[in-house]
Design a protein around this ligand. Sequence first.
Ligand SMILES: NC(=O)c1ccc[n+]([C@@H]2O[C@H](COP(=O)([O-])OP(=O)(O)OC[C@H]3O[C@@H](n4cnc5c(N)ncnc54)[C@H](OP(=O)(O)O)[C@@H]3O)[C@@H](O)[C@H]2O)c1
Length: 324
Amino acid sequence: MDAVASILANHHAEPLPAAFVAIGGLVALKFALGLLGTFYRYQLRPSKKLTKFGKYAVVTGATDGIGKAYALALAKRGMSVVLISRTESKLQAVAEEIDSKNFKGVEKTKYIVCDYSNFDEKTRARVAKELGGLDIGVLVNNVGQSYRYPRYFHELAVEEIGSLIEMNINSTVWMTDMVLKGMVERKRGTIVNLSSGSADYTMPLLAEYAAAKMFVESFSVSLDAEYKSKGIRVQCQIPFYVATKLAKLRKSFTVPTAEAYVWMAMRWVGHGGVVQPYWIHALQGWVMKSVPHSILESGVMSMHAGIRKRGLKKDAKLAAEKKD
Ligand SMILES: NC(=O)c1ccc[n+]([C@@H]2O[C@H](COP(=O)([O-])OP(=O)(O)OC[C@H]3O[C@@H](n4cnc5c(N)ncnc54)[C@H](OP(=O)(O)O)[C@@H]3O)[C@@H](O)[C@H]2O)c1
């Protein structure tokens, strides 16, 4: 006991080395500045005036979920909107909904019918022709597709493998190509690309979707670096779950409605980089990144395996009903 007391007494007598105190102070300062910066970006930073980027906003996958919420929010901010999606009746309904609100300075909503699951040369030429000559200031590359339910990669049908590439990667690349040249000429514009939280983690049984969204993320950050000096910002958003048809989830504390997600996301439009606009998602991401990788990987695997089992059962039931 005496020996321990004497060690403690000596330890207290020693002043902490100055370098140790300085490093500790710098780490604390960095943390505090980081927190302040985060608070500023989520709560205080004023939104950009989007009409300064151009007159029109183009939104893909604009008849439901996040895309529809974006179309309405952009029109509310004075942007005339071009909706692009697959189902004409839904496009007409969303266009009418926007026009019925008579937002100030907003032209009659335009729409283009396009099936992005096969975005071939002919379809691209048609869409480009319809967009030609418009002063497009904002492009929201929102359309995307996940698996119907998690599965091993070898279980995906050939069409599903192709469609995941078309919907998530090719739609983003070709739509960007269509609007960017005009933005460069006008020296202004902003592009928002929808990736997914799944891009940032190991995603067993959703491998192709997660990888496709990682492509979107990488494409966005490099484009942003290429074009920011030309007055164009490219942003990648990485939502976690949002209560839409794609997610097949109901609204909860961590799962916002599309409108609630977009309400927060609009504050970020016009800035570049990779962002997680919904602060609860950002907090979730921070917690997930603190969990050891092996634990997270096996947790995701067992969660997805459970959903896969239910999905296979449902498919088998449907197949049996078809036979009868
Ligand atoms: N919801 C989430 O939890 C979540 C999480 C992370 C990332 N994301 C990403 O956010 C984006 C939007 O997802 P969401 O949940 O809002 O989706 P959603 O509610 O399912 O809406 C999909 C929209 O895309 C259109 N669409 C579907 N297939 C199409 C096709 N082949 N060609 C053209 N348009 C098509 C739909 O039009 P129709 O009405 O005609 O079908 C609809 O307007 C996606 O890129 C998704 O990967 C979503």
